[in-house]
Design a protein around this ligand. Structure first.
Ligand code: NAI
Length: 373
């Protein structure tokens, strides 16, 4: 495979606001074309070494992938100047001002390398003639299994047990758990991931309650019962969120919904951070209403997750408060992070780029790949 390095030409204007550290961290490596005329120049934001490895393996040198470590935002958007395609991830900011800069620079395709698109202003994209594609399904098992992992770890306090045993403390006081068998689990959102979680938990012998505006018949075959949100809050020992974040369900879990839940309820969120009002969750933990909290996502995660900040001061007091509770486990948006999922994400993302490069025709994409306002 041919590969070459591109010079980094910093455009004039707001990009100068980038600090020297950010600029130094930019990695721009291009992988050559093979002479096809459907070749595209793609700027890939927020990349880590693992993204580059999986995308390169799928690209086979066809498109020029310009890898950047920086997030996409108002300051960095100009770095995509001249790229017809931009590939972005969960914490990139694709609001109207950013999309306007991209459109001016010639971008016509946003290839999200994730399922969610809550960070994209779809109306602005449409107005600017930018097509937004995504990876609607890659591995619901990756996220579903991590969700159940959080539940099991919280119940049996594996995070605390791990530390105790390493310090020679084999006492069991404070580690008392419960049987999953016979527990009632409420799933909010019963699409691909919610269904995987339901299947695993049925194997444990749990009773499943579900809430989703769209009824999934396979959930009913599994023995799940669709109920109102209020009934789900009232009757569930464990509540797990598997719906997308939309303007309508922002802070779905707030003080009011928490007050309807069982005492000592276990709450799990592997979907999107802003589904939960974090302040209300902290209050629920302090009062003892929430007995366990497992998070893979956090509403202000863009400033924290995916980076090694172990030598820095965390200025987010709400997040720091969450870390003080013994009955809280937080993982840094890693639920998707399996070999299988990364390979599938890269495959679908490159397929979206190929489809666009061939015809620029949205009707050629498989269902669910193109997102419209
Ligand atoms: P999906 O599209 O298969 O299912 C989502 C379900 O949520 C649909 O059945 C839909 O009808 C339902 N829904 C929509 N609005 C709702 C509401 N207000 N209340 C209840 N249900 C509602 O999506 P999938 O693949 O199951 O993913 C679910 C979410 O998981 C994604 O939207 C994404 O935010 C999150 N996710 C998190 C990852 C991670 O690494 N932590 C990775 C992948 C996805």
């Amino acid at each position: 495979m041919m590969s070459d390095c591109l010079a980094v030409n910093l455009p004039s204007g707001p990009i100068r606001d980038l600090d020297r550290f950010q600029v130094a961290r930019m990695v721009i490596v291009g992988h050559g074309r093979n002479g096809q005329n459907d070749f595209m120049n793609i700027t890939v934001f927020s990349t880590k070494s693992y993204d580059r490895k999986f995308l390169d393996a799928q690209n086979h040198g066809k498109h020029r992938l310009n890898y950047l470590e920086v997030h996409l935002d108002e300051k960095t958007a100009q770095l995509a100047n001249g790229s017809e395609g931009v590939c972005a991830f969960v914490n990139d900011r694709l609001n109207e001002p950013v999309l306007e800069i991209l459109a001016k620079g010639g971008t016509r395709l946003i290839a999200m390398r994730c399922a969610g698109f809550n960070n994209v202003d779809l109306a602005a994209a449409r107005r600017l003639g930018i097509l937004v594609a995504r990876v609607p399904a890659y591995s619901p098992y990756a996220v579903g299994e991590h969700t159940v992992g959080l539940m099991l770890a919280l119940n049996r306090q594996l995070h605390r047990a791990y530390n105790r045993v390493r310090e020679g403390n084999f006492a069991l006081d404070g580690l008392l758990g419960f049987d999953f068998h016979g527990q009632t689990v409420g799933l909010i959102g019963t699409g691909k991931i919610g269904q995987v979680v339901a299947k695993i938990l049925r194997g444990f012998g749990c009773r499943i309650l579900a809430f989703d505006p769209v009824i999934n018949p396979e959930m009913e075959e599994l023995g799940a019962s669709y109920v109102s949100l209020d009934q789900l809050y009232h009757e569930s020992d464990i509540i797990s969120l598997h719906c997308p974040l939309t303007p309508e369900n922002h802070h779905l879990i707030d003080a009011s919904s928490i007050s309807k839940m069982r005492d000592q309820v276990m709450l799990i969120n592997t979907s999107r951070g802003a589904l939960i009002d974090t302040k209300a969750a902290v209050d629920g933990l302090k009062s003892g209403k929430l007995g366990y909290l497992g998070l893979d996502v956090y509403e202000e995660e863009a400033d924290l997750f995916f980076e090694d900040l172990s030598g820095s001061i965390i200025r987010d007091d709400l997040f720091s408060r969450l870390l003080t509770f013994p009955n809280v486990i937080i993982t840094g948006h890693q639920a998707f992070f399996t070999r299988d999922a990364l390979a599938k994400i890269a495959e679908t993302t490159l397929d979206n780029i190929d489809l666009f490069s061939q015809d620029r025709d949205p009707s050629k994409f498989p269902p669910g790949r193109i997102v419209d306002p």
